[in-house]
Design a protein around this ligand. Structure first.
Ligand code: ADP
Ligand code: MG
Length: 207
C-alpha cells in the first residue's frame, strides 16, 4: 500500500516551492491582469521561507511538515493568498495529527479539511473564480479514488480543468471582483497556484 510519509510530505513541499519559483512570472502576469501582480512573488517568497524552516528543524510526521509550512506562510506572505494557503496547510496538517503514515482515505479527508478552512476563511463558493475552483474538483477526485497513485493523478487533472474553467468566470471574491465583468477572459492566479499544489503532490507522492 502506498502511503504518505514525512519524507513524502517534505518532497511535496520542495516540489511545490520549485513549481512556484519556476512559474513565478506566469503567476505575476495572471495577477497583473486581474489583481495587483503580487501572487507569484508572494507565494515564491513564502515557500522559500517555508523550506528554510523545514531545513532548520526536524519534523516527526507529515502533519508537522504541513503545519510548519502554514506558520511560515502566515508570517511571511501578505495579501489574500498567504492567510488562505496558511489556513489550508494548518487545517490539513492538523487533520493528519501525528500519524507517521497516511493512507488515501485519511489523506483525502485532510485535503477536505484544508478546503473547508479556506472556504470558512474566504467565504468563496464554486464559480467565484478563486483557488477554491481548483481545490473542489481536485479534492473530489481524491475522495473518489481507490488508490493513492491513481487518486493523485486524477486530482491533478481535475484541478487543471478547474483552473482552466476559471477563465470565462466573473470574479466574485478578492481583488479581481473589483473589476466586475472585466475580470472575464483571464485565468485566476490562485486557481493556477493551486493546480501546482496538486501537480507537485502527484509528482512526489504517487509512488
Ligand atoms: P491579493 O489579492 O491580496 O493580492 P494574491 O494576489 O496573493 O492576494 O492572491 C490572489 C488569489 O487569491 C486570487 O487569484 C484568488 O484565487 C485567491 N482569493 C482571493 N480572495 C479569495 C477568497 N475570498 N477565497 C478564496 N480565494 C481567494
Ligand atoms: Mg495579488
Amino acid at each position: 500500500m502506498v502511503t504518505v510519509t514525512r519524507d513524502g510530505a517534505l518532497e511535496w513541499m520542495r516540489r511545490f516551492a520549485s513549481e512556484l519559483s519556476e512559474h513565478r512570472e506566469q503567476l505575476v502576469r495572471l495577477d497583473t491582469a486581474i489583481g495587483d501582480g503580487d501572487h507569484g512573488t508572494n507565494l515564491d517568497r513564502g515557500m522559500r521561507k517555508a523550506l528554510e524552516k523545514l531545513d532548520g528543524g526536524e519534523q516527526a510526521d507529515p502533519g508537522t511538515v504541513l503545519k510548519t509550512v502554514a506558520m511560515a506562510l502566515v508570517s511571511s506572505v501578505g495579501g489574500a493568498a498567504g492567510p488562505l494557503y496558511g489556513t489550508f496547510f494548518l487545517q490539513m496538517g492538523s487533520a493528519l495529527g501525528s500519524d507517521s503514515e497516511v493512507d488515501l482515505p485519511r489523506f483525502a479527508a485532510a485535503w477536505r479539511k484544508g478546503l473547508e478552512g479556506v472556504q470558512m476563511r474566504g467565504k468563496a463558493e464554486a464559480g467565484d473564480k478563486t483557488m477554491v475552483d481548483a481545490l473542489i474538483p481536485g479534492v473530489g477526485a481524491l475522495e473518489a479514488a481507490s488508490d493513492l497513485e491513481g487518486g493523485l493523478r486524477a486530482a491533478e487533472q481535475a484541478a487543471e480543468e478547474g483552473m482552466k474553467a476559471t477563465t470565462p468566470l466573473v470574479a466574485r471574491k478578492g481583488r479581481a471582483s473589483y473589476l466586475g465583468e472585466r475580470s472575464k477572459d483571464h485565468q485566476d492566479p490562485g486557481a493556477t497556484s493551486t493546480y501546482y499544489l496538486f501537480k507537485s503532490a502527484a509528482e512526489s507522492l504517487a509512488g
